[in-house]
Design a protein around this ligand. Sequence first.
Ligand SMILES: [Zn+2]
Length: 130
Amino acid sequence: MLFCEPCRVKKNWTRSSGYPYIGFRASEKCEVCGKVGECHDIPAIRLVPKNEMTFEQKTVDKIMQQGYRQKAENLVVSRPNGQPWPDMTVEIQSSFARRDGEIDWFDTFELRVALREQIQNAEARRKHVL
Ligand SMILES: [Zn+2]
């Protein structure tokens, strides 16, 4: 779900645990007030506090966490030539996003994807300069 900062404050919704590196977009339409601008991008289920979740919502959250855990653990960094890059893979695999002290796999996946992009872009620029 996309929503702007004023709407987030009004509704007392959470930000991404990896904010502002993940869970944030520069130009989107707020789904609450309709204004276009910087928006948080958070799955709707995340906006329900854990202690207010129904059994069904808890189940959906658990399945989502398991799916993203697998996706996060399978992420691999490649060199610009497409070869695997084990050192950098270890680097992103040691990054975790936590929420209330627990690893949040959805945020961890997004964080690792953002890190991988940063590493690969930096390497591509370095190669270009040399
Ligand atoms: Zn808004």
